[in-house]
Design a protein around this ligand. Structure first.
Ligand code: CUA
Length: 352
């Protein structure tokens, strides 16, 4: 009597594990997780089209093959006194059929994929040039046409083709915004710069889309996020003109204290703020600064290479010990006092 009970328990154990495993897998599909299945632009939509085409073809083949398999298992199962079935080893008809059918299917998939690749480039004049620079481990966005530099949050106008020019000053990274475009490697020391062209639909305006680094690039590869904020054309122009301004002069005394601290401490040895330690975004001194430009830090949605949302509490945590949040990064534990941190947080968050 003990065996059936044990078997039943085992069966329930398997079912429970399957449910647990699938819920763990599905938990990764949160609202904000990047997905190629909700394309927000024509390039991503075409790429998603390949996914659906291959999925449908593969599903049809799966159903046909499994149906034939199950039919054969049931129809030709061994029964008492059943005779040895006819042996068909070496049948030319079968060999040719199961060579030709998969070849035709694979040629169809290849043809559709090549056609999509050739028609992927969205084209059009008046493209927005953005120099995307991959650092270890954060993304810098330099808009040469507007002379502004930002980090972690990339703004683009809806309906305009973006020409993302991918640079790295260290190792190979890969740039990916699942809802807008496929991946492209960011290769250091390459004579030919990799360009990735993509566009956001008009309906994508006022939304932001997560981006990722998708090439292993060191200890914090998994923490190299950014977001692409899609603006209406008007909002984008407003964003550009506000980013072009020098950093705001602090109004409160705490923020003023923070500005003074920034300028006099080691912060200014790695970070630039236009109007404080840089004359403009194009100031030659900017080339020697290894950290993100902080001129309009307060206007960004993400900080710390995309691992934290931009809130005073998160910035406080970051300044207390960046190495605890992202071990291995260039920014050291500065040993700031709580008062110094409060002043810096007040200042940096005021830089809208
Ligand atoms: Cu950069 Cu992975």
């Amino acid at each position: 009597m003990r065996r059936p009970l044990f078997r039943r328990a085992k069966r329930w154990g398997i079912i429970a594990s399957a449910i647990l495993l699938s819920s763990l897998l599905l938990a990764a599909c949160g609202e904000n997780s990047p997905s190629i299945l909700n394309p927000a632009g024509p390039v991503a939509a075409k790429e998603a089209g390949i996914f659906w085409f291959i999925l449908i073809v593969a599903t049809i083949i799966f159903v046909i093959v499994e149906a034939a398999l199950i039919y054969s298992i049931v129809r030709y199962r061994e029964r008492p006194n059943s005779a040895t079935p006819r042996q068909i080893h070496g049948s030319n008809t079968l060999e040719i059929t199961w060579t030709v059918i998969p070849s035709v299917v694979l040629i169809l998939v290849l043809g559709y994929t090549i056609y999509t690749m050739l028609t992927l480039y969205p084209g059009g004049a008046n493209q927005l040039q953005v120099r995307v620079v991959a650092h270890q481990w954060w993304w810098e966005f330099d808009y040469p046409g507007y002379h502004i530099v930002t980090a972690d949050s990339m703004h683009i106008p809806a309906g305009t083709v973006v020409d993302a020019q991918l640079y790295s000053d260290n190792v190979i990274h890969s740039f990916w915004v699942p809802a807008l475009t496929g991946k492209l490697d960011v290769i250091p020391g390459h004579e030919m710069t990799n360009h990735l062209h993509f566009k956001a639909d008009a309906s994508a305006a006022n939304h932001s889309y997560p981006g990722e680094c998708v090439e292993f690039c060191g200890a914090q590869h998994a923490h190299m996020h950014f977001d692409v904020v899609v603006d209406t054309a008007d909002n984008f122009n407003t964003w550009i003109s506000s980013q072009q301004q020098m950093a705001l002069t602090p109004t409160g005394s705490l923020a003023a204290q923070g500005q003074k601290l920034f300028a006099q401490s080691s912060c200014a040895g790695c970070h630039g703020i236009v109007g404080v330690n840089l004359k403009s975004y194009d100031d030659p001194r900017a080339a020697g600064l290894v950290g993100p430009n902080l001129t309009h830090f307060g206007s960004r949605g993400l900080i710390a290479g995309g691992v934290l949302t931009n809130t005073p509490a998160n910035l406080t945590t970051w300044l207390q010990n960046p190495q605890a949040v992202k071990p291995g990064i260039d920014m050291p534990q500065l040993g700031l006092s709580p008062d110094q941190i409060n002043a810096l947080v007040a200042y940096l968050e005021s830089l809208k």
